[in-house]
Design a protein around this ligand. Structure first.
Ligand code: 523
Length: 142
């Protein structure tokens, strides 16, 4: 299998507007037990042969019922990816909703828009907290 067909995890930092983000969408997981109740940037695993950006659009449609426009990738320290607790790594993009109202349809029991200055106010999964902290730091802090 070529590297581009390897599974990776993709997620989105969905903000109210890509050009001047103020609010960030967080989603609370229902499974597995070790992650249930913790908040994440929504997303999931790529399927075999699926391009990462396509996987992300699919996951957001399935999980939240929204269509999004992807912005820039938010690069992490591992070749642009972010470390996860598992052997997998996470690729992250900025995103803006272009159609639909986000609802927790699958895998989540709550979603929440975090206001500017409050992006660290939920119990993020540790991997996501690292990324969100860095996003805040790069933006010059809350
Ligand atoms: N994370 C994570 N943060 C984050 C996501 C989207 C995923 O730490 N923002 C972790 C959680 C899981 C793994 O990445 O350990 C896979 O994500 P998951 O379960 O959301 O992917 P699915 O739903 O595509 O996985 P399957 O149900 O196994 O298909």
């Amino acid at each position: 299998m070529s590297p581009k067909h390897q599974t990776c995890v993709v997620a989105a930092a969905i903000v109210d507007r890509l050009d001047r983000p103020a609010r960030l969408l967080a989603a609370r997981r229902t499974a597995p037990p070790a992650l249930a109740g913790q908040w994440e940037l929504p997303g999931g695993k790529t399927e075999p042969g699926e391009a990462p950006a396509d996987a992300l659009l699919r996951e957001l449609r399935e999980e939240l019922g929204v269509r999004v426009r992807l912005g820039a990738q938010i690069t992490g320290p591992l070749d642009g990816h972010w470390p996860l607790a598992s052997a997998l790594t996470l690729r992250l993009w900025w995103a803006e909703i272009v159609d639909g109202e986000p609802m927790p349809l699958q895998d989540h029991d709550q979603i929440r828009w975090l206001e500017a200055g409050r992006w660290l106010d939920v119990a993020w999964i540790p991997a996501d907290r690292t990324a969100v902290s860095e996003m805040v730091r790069r933006a010059g802090g809350p």
